[in-house]
Design a protein around this ligand. Structure first.
Ligand code: GLN
Ligand code: ZN
Length: 793
């Protein structure tokens, strides 16, 4: 099985022999941010989509960005000649890249593209006038979204593109030997969905043979173009999904048996298979036995002894890339601890070449912390963004090859910084700790729902099928301009407040005019539903340039939660009470829930997430009681990210669901029974977390439902959800305005599962990204449809 491989892991071997596996570089990263330090890719893409620049101009900008990235990685210490530099660029998404390379284009696009041209590629990502794009969903437990390939029995699958080959040659022209990085065949198919017209029982994995054949062709082309190594990412091997584990492992054995075992060097490059985002478990022996030349394992989430056990006696002469630097978070690595892990691996597997890497691609972290000159220097010293992580990897590799003495000064400095984080003021606050320690079960409970419902009905007279919205109204250019001017100092706080109040007044008046029952203030003052709170809470820091790709050209700028959380003063009360003062109708206060605040921030890694969640929940609990005291009788606590943090492995899920539900309940149980607590969640796959949603015990839950034509109600019905529910009747992801008949129809469908006294009427999600005219038209139709359906009750 291993004939084609070099018999010894000797690092010194310079392989003139093309049939031997070249030594894997001692230091590498699994991938690097592609958006650019100043979001250059975003600018290039958006001007191309706007028609301002041609395809050639876009390609030239992208090539320049790739060159600068390569040069940067070499300057940071990755080898230029040994495939240490990953080529992980993408114009939009790495899963879409594979679909396009393989020409796996859904039928509706077949007349437009075979996948090999950029115009077709962008059409798949973004849709066009007549064709909806590929669906988008979260990449493992990150806030990155990938495009979901649609594969049926007849979907074309054969190599049609050559972009990885062209990029490899482009990098080579600059004197650097890159390492192409691609999503691997098993993960590609596990992330795909069955095409709409596929027969019942079909799974994209049924097309494994065709996909593997196409990957084989690509590997041959990359070998011919001079790639010594190619990296295939197989994160799906670390998760528990719908496909039984046996079948997943069999697919991995088949795929890598064919690609590694079945092809010999020099017909293919050496193969590194990466299993980021968690422990690879029983997939490691399968990959080893299939004949891959190297594996990259996640040792931040995975356990080194388990890796040793999996590979003992079956990986001699091959390489393990030890992912000891966290690719998924922004904290500086404890280099001593990482060295300990590396030594354990090296001692446990003496016949294996141990290399140093990141646990995942660096796609999930910003570029460079040195850009953050506004950040408190002490906090900045604790952080490592992508560039700092590359240096950490290089330092650790030097310590492994030349001994820790060779990098003593760097190790020393890291030690001091990591230690300073343990004792710095604000990291542990006795008052916060004492309050958390004193919490009891009673702090997580309200009276039984029927008791609350009766009190709320008395306090809050509402018609059946009450209408409301999810919180935000359109963020108009005026709002954005005022915010920017305020940030620059061109608008005083008083002037800024006045502009926001004007918008709030308009939004309240327009909701009254439309006839909505429960109003909102519109969230004009919020730049982002998490950052807004992060800026007002102690224990958080915000960055200036810390952008992270969310999907396509879209980026988010997560806040950094570094210390114990304290709310120095009310955060939403003045805006909310101002809005409430303008109307006699009930007005709903809006908070972002503890789990969502954690999911969309970089969170301290020195204590369990559950502990941090409790602190955030207490701050929100105080806010909720302050809102109530100020006369706000309806409070919504949004948890759109509840599903996102769900652990990838089934064994870890119950504990997560317990603490996340507890955190929400802690935040919302401080109010009186007569105060109505709402929550909002937006994604359509509820099945897995429906029981948890029920356990949140909110009085009213609004969920996304319009796009799936109310399919989520099956889950609602199945779990016997017994409180208020607002399945969205207006798909806010599209500029389309739903007409009255359509909304009536959705409401009639909903009434088949939810009784009239518990059904709420609302859009799928917040309206901030839509245009005011669309929103007014859609809400007008929503109110009209509700009136008709009410009349028939
Ligand atoms: N209240 C938020 C809004 O309306 C909810 C956003 C979300 O669910 N992502 O914008
Ligand atoms: Zn939402």
């Amino acid at each position: 099985m291993t004939e084609h491989r070099s018999p010894s892991p000797s690092p010194a071997s310079t392989t003139a022999d093309p049939t031997t596996v070249p030594p894997f570089p001692r230091a590498t990263v699994l991938g690097y941010p592609r958006i650019g330090p100043r979001r250059e890719l975003k600018a290039a893409l958006e001007s191309h989509w706007a028609g301002t620049t041609s395809v050639d101009e876009l390609e030239a900008s992208a090539a320049e960005l790739r060159q600068r990235t390569t040069a940067r990685l070499v300057a940071l210490g990755l080898g230029a000649a040994d495939a240490a530099v990953p080529s992980s660029f993408s114009y939009y998404d790495q899963v879409l890249d594979v679909a396009a390379l393989l020409g796996a284009v859904p039928d509706r696009f077949a007349d437009l593209t075979d996948g090999s041209d950029l115009a077709g590629y962008f059409a798949l990502a973004r849709g066009d006038r007549t064709r909806p794009p590929l669906e988008m969903t979260k990449w493992f437990d990150t806030n990155y979204h990938y495009l979901v390939p649609e594969i049926g029995p007849l979907t074309p699958v054969r190599l049609v593109g050559d972009r990885p080959v062209r990029e490899l040659l482009g990098t080579a022209r600059r004197g650097v030997t890159g390492r192409p990085v691609l999503v691997g065949p098993v993960t590609f198919l596990l992330l795909a969905k069955a095409a709409d017209d596929a027969p019942v029982g079909f799974h994209p994995l049924d097309r494994l043979t065709d996909v593997v054949t196409a990957y084989g062709d690509l590997l041959r082309a990359l070998a011919a173009a001079g790639a010594p190594w190619v990296q295939l990412d197989e994160p799906a091997l670390v998760t528990d999904g719908d496909v039984p584990r046996d079948r997943v492992l069999a697919a991995a054995a088949t795929a890598y048996g064919a690609l590694a075992g079945g092809l010999a060097l020099p017909d293919r490059p050496a193969l590194l298979v990466a299993t980021p985002y968690g422990p690879a478990g029983d997939a490691l022996p399968v990959l080893a036995d299939a004949g891959v030349d190297a594996v990259a394992v996640d040792l931040v989430r995975g356990d080194v002894d388990a890796v040793v056990a999996s590979l003992t006696g079956r990986f001699a002469g091959r390489s393990v890339v030890a992912g000891v630097v966290d690719g998924h978070n922004v904290w500086r690595t404890d280099l001593d601890a990482a060295l300990g892990t590396l030594n354990r691996l090296a001692d446990g597997l003496p016949d294996v070449r141990v290399c140093v890497g990141t646990s995942t691609s660096l796609l999930h972290v910003p570029h460079d912390v040195e850009e953050e000159m506004d950040l408190d220097p002490l906090i900045r010293s604790w952080l490592a963004f992508a560039d700092q992580k590359v240096r950490e990897v290089v330092t650790l590799a030097a310590a492994m090859t030349d001994g820790p003495g060779s990098v003593a000064a760097t190790l020393d400095q890291a030690r001091t910084t990591v230690a300073s984080r343990r004792t710095a003021p604000g990291v542990e606050r006795p008052d916060v700790r004492a309050r958390v320690a004193a919490l009891t079960d009673a702090d997580h409970h309200r009276s039984p729902y029927p008791v609350r419902a009766a009190q709320q009905a008395a306090a809050l007279p509402l018609p059946p099928l009450p209408t409301t919205t999810i919180g935000s109204f359109p963020q108009t250019p005026q709002i954005r301009r005022a915010r920017a001017a305020h940030r620059r100092g061109d608008l005083t706080s008083t002037e800024y407040t006045a502009v926001m109040r004007t918008h709030i007044a308009e939004v309240v008046a327009s909701q009254e005019e439309l006839g909505l029952d429960v109003l909102v203030h519109g969230e004009a003052e919020r730049n982002d539903m998490v950052q807004y709170f992060a800026e007002l809470l102690e224990g958080f820091a915000v960055t200036q340039h810390g952008w992270v790709q969310s999907y396509g050209s879209r980026c988010t700028r997560p806040s950094v939660l570094w210390g114990d959380v304290v709310r120095p003063e009310p955060m939403t009360v003045p805006w909310t009470t101002y809005a409430a003062s303008l109307t006699d109708r009930p007005l709903k206060g809006m908070l972002t829930g503890p789990v969502t605040i954690l999911a969309w921030s970089f969170v301290r890694d020195d204590q369990p997430l559950a502990d941090t969640a409790r602190q955030v929940a207490l701050a929100l609990r105080d806010e909720a009681t302050d809102l109530e005291a100020a006369g706000v009788g309806v409070i919504q606590v949004d948890e759109p990210a509840l599903r996102e943090l769900l652990p990838l492995r089934a064994v870890d899920r119950p504990a997560y669901l317990r603490w996340s539900v507890d955190a929400f309940r802690l935040a919302t149980s401080g109010v009186a029974d007569s105060t109505q607590v709402h929550t909002h969640l937006c994604y359509s796959e509820f099945g897995a977390v429906m029981e948890a949603i029920d356990a949140l015990d909110a009085d009213v839950t609004s969920i996304e439902a319009a796009r799936s034509r109310m399919e989520v109600l099956d889950d609602v019905g199945r779990t016997g959800f017994s409180r208020g529910v607002g399945p969205g009747v207006y798909d806010i992801h599209s500029p389309r305005v739903p007409d009255v008949a359509e909304i009536e129809d959705l409401l009639e469908r909903a009434l088949r599962t939810v009784p009239a006294d518990r059904l709420w009427v609302n859009p799928d999600c917040g309206l901030k990204t839509r245009r005011p005219q669309e929103v007014a038209a859609a809400l007008r139709n929503l109110v009209a449809a509700t009136a008709t359906v009410r009349a028939r009750l």
